[in-house]
Design a protein around this ligand. Structure first.
Ligand SMILES: Nc1ncnc2c1ncn2[C@@H]1O[C@H](COP(=O)(O)OP(=O)(O)OP(=O)(O)O)[C@@H](O)[C@H]1O
Ligand SMILES: [Mg+2]
Length: 441
């Protein structure tokens, strides 16, 4: 049986509502003002609060704010007088779930209550289902339709030997997927080797991948095996495939076609049994048009495309991921997320995707002293308005730039490579700006 609280100062209306809802088998409490309502809420948990907007003392809007900040899953319906519909619209913006305009018909209110209660049951059911699936696919958390489709795709391709190309924005989980592909394959007992292609110069990436013979170039004092060779029997993960220089792309293509390669400075063909999985946040077709990526290599790599949707396109996973990260990071503290918190998480656009969510949850934990997870504080941005005339244009641009750089660093947990990606600039440019703004020592 659901608990409903009615807050209404006009006794007649209050009594009519109490009677009608009791008849519909709800457990009903009532209060003539917000203060009494808040006291009752400390005693009981309500599934739904039906409150008048205009109340003596604290208004219905203040009561609404209180509920959204302090309770976990209470729905709120506001009652407003005819003519104050604008207030109602404002109330919806403050997180009310619905409103009715007085004078109303009882059945109108009953329909709204039924709908919200149903929604709540669904939500809970949904949560339960999500928890069920959570355990199902290794470390990948995701119950949204796009993630479930993706997991099916991964299940299919994991056991094969095909090359896979994972694409997606920064922080969407590309490395996690690559690792899962390996773990789910019959190569799982072999090595999983990662090469971050963006981290090397052209000479270094060549020798990193293919190895070199003694004396291949100055400094090559010993023979060295490349990552391809040591991946024998396992998986080689080429992260940031888009950063490989064109000359090395040719060599890689040749390897994919023949399964053999030579070390730098060597001429003996070496054969390895390795599966290649690659990832990039870049738009490879666009790079092909610009002549920066080889089309033939692209088709070779893209045998099995795995596109990861950005987090904002799978908002059904946000709460589930939040719980997952809370479980990982909150140690033995238990947190509740208010409806407001849920809404903020769902509505934010997550440019840094899952990694950003992980960082925000970590920040929220630090900012929460009680048992309510302060998502609102963790997501709050400093809102320093720039007004014309305060500074000259250059100074304004610079202060904006500095703020965005700080934001990118926060979102990526101070990872410069990822922050640079998020800002769409070279890492070296970022480093220059960090120096310039005194953001690093
Ligand atoms: N579906 C998911 N379930 C659980 N954790 C996830 C999921 N997706 C990503 N993560 C976590 O988010 C973080 C970022 O993921 P990952 O490093 O795989 O992203 P990426 O796409 O490789 O990012 P980048 O392009 O910046 O390298 C990791 O800690 C990862 O474990
Ligand atoms: Mg990555």
């Amino acid at each position: 049986m659901e608990n409903i609280l009615i807050v209404e100062d006009e006794e007649n209306i209050r009594e009519v509502l109490v009677r009608a809802l009791k008849e519909k088998q709800f457990a009903v409490e009532s209060a003539p003002d917000s203060e009494t309502a808040i006291t009752l809420m400390q005693k009981y948990e309500f599934d739904l609060v039906l409150t008048d907007l205009k109340l003596p003392g604290k208004s219905g809007l203040e009561l609404l704010n209180h509920i959204k900040e302090h309770t976990y899953a209470t729905a709120v319906i506001l009652m407003t007088a005819y003519g104050s519909v604008e207030n109602a619209v404002e109330a919806m913006q403050h997180g009310a779930d619905d409103y009715v305009v007085k004078p109303f018909r009882l059945d109108e209110i009953e329909i709204k209550i039924d709908r919200l209660i149903q929604e709540q049951r669904l939500l809970e059911n949904h949560r339960y289902l999500q928890e069920e699936t959570e355990a199902r696919f290794g470390n990948i958390v995701g119950a949204s339709t796009p993630m479930q489709d993706l997991i099916r795709l991964i299940e299919q391709v994991a056991s094969t030997n095909t090359t896979a190309l994972i694409t997606g924005e920064t922080g969407t989980g590309k490395e996690l997927i690559a690792h899962t592909l390996h773990q789910r394959s019959n190569r799982k007992d072999g090595p999983f080797i990662v090469v971050h292609c963006a981290a090397y110069s052209q000479t270094l990436i060549e020798s990193e991948l293919f190895g070199h013979e003694k004396g291949a170039y100055t400094g090559a004092t010993n023979q060295r095996k490349g990552r391809l060779e040591i991946s024998q029997g396992g998986t080689l993960f080429l992260d940031e495939l888009g950063e490989i220089p064109l000359e090395i792309q040719v060599k890689l293509l040749r390897f994919l076609e023949s399964k053999t390669f030579e070390r730098v400075g060597g001429n003996e063909p070496i054969q390895v049994d390795v599966r290649i999985v690659a990832a990039t946040h870049r738009d490879l077709p666009a790079m092909i048009r610009e002549g920066k990526f080889r089309e033939d290599l692209y088709w070779r790599m893209n045998v099995f495309p795995i596109p990861l949707p950005p987090l904002r396109e799978r908002s059904d996973d946000i709460l589930l991921l939040t719980k997952h990260f809370l479980g990982k990071k909150a140690e033995n503290r238990e947190f509740k997320i208010t409806r407001l918190g849920e809404r903020l998480l769902r509505e934010y656009h997550w440019p840094g995707n899952v990694r950003e969510l992980e960082n925000i949850i970590e920040r929220a934990i630090l900012l929460s002293s009680g048992e309510t997870l302060r998502v609102d504080l963790a997501l709050a941005k400093p809102n320093e308005d720039v007004r014309l005339g305060d500074k000259n244009l250059n100074q304004m641009v610079e202060s904006m730039e500095k703020r965005l750089i700080q934001e990118a660093l926060t979102q990526t947990g101070n990872n410069q490579a990822q922050a640079a990606k998020l800002l769409g600039i070279q890492r070296s440019t970022l480093q220059y700006k960090l120096q310039k703004y005194g953001l690093i020592k």
